[in-house]
Design a protein around this ligand. Sequence first.
Ligand code: AMP
Length: 315
Amino acid sequence: MAEVLIVGSMALDSVKTPFGEVERVVGGAAVYAATAASMLAPPRVVGVVGGDFPQEALDFLASRGSDLAGVERVEDGKSFFWSGVYDYALGERETLDTQLNVFGDFNPVLPESYSDSRYCFLANIQPQVQAAVLDQVSDTCFVMCDTMNLWIETEREALEGVLARVDLALLNDAEARQLADTPNLQLAAERIMAMGPRYLVIKKGEYGATLVTADDIFSIPAYPLPNVVDPTGAGDSFAGGMIGFLARQDDCGNMQLRKSMAFGTAIASAAVEDFSLAGLKQFGMPQVAERYNALRDMVRFDAMDHELAQICQSS
Ligand code: AMP
């Protein structure tokens, strides 16, 4: 098993969905990703929080095996703050406010103990911060990155610099269309992979996710849930589950990537069942395994060469 280096926002979020509203709860891409990844492999977290970030949240991450030597606390600063509101179907969200606060001038300096990290997830944050982290690890074998419409709009050049250095990019469908400047997702995938990544995962919310490689496409549905409360952090938990699985297996071949998507999907399904980290906190590996197997059953279907030949002949 290998460790997973994770950099990204560590945040206080105010979120409104049709099922409730929370104010300044713990969130952030790195927090969700580390919580998810820690079910499978030990995360090494890089980020910065202000004096207002609850110590219990850091203690929780540490209690689940996250190494927080790379997390800086600026006592007289304010944590990254994000607020958003979701539509009735939870498929669309509007960002109401983003305050970088302590992330605005964060210049990550990795602890020496992180420098041999081979699996890295550059979760959503300014691409310059993602790049600065990548500059400090020399021996990576698999690097994934995520981003967001804000950075596509405001930091495209820096983002393209990061994309050129990663193995796998994760984007939601709208971000892929925006980044590649086309409504067609297949074309978008080709254009984004031409920017550098060998693999692209396009997230489609409740419709699942698709992995595109040079010669392969794999799609997995979302785990069907009767009770979705807050989709915040679903993508980060999905990615954390993926990279955690890859690091645990210490293998990133195509079949491992497919399985990692199923692990990511199973873990992300817990994140959306409640606000903040509440859903993930009460989810254990037996439930992950149960949902993994259910997903496998959902996508399994047989080859039927003989029947197909007959159908073709008779039509
Ligand atoms: P997701 O729902 O997976 O896209 O991630 C939601 C998390 O991303 C929230 O907890 C936010 O704190 C965080 N977030 C929102 N906007 C940004 C941004 N521009 N950069 C980094 N993190 C962000």
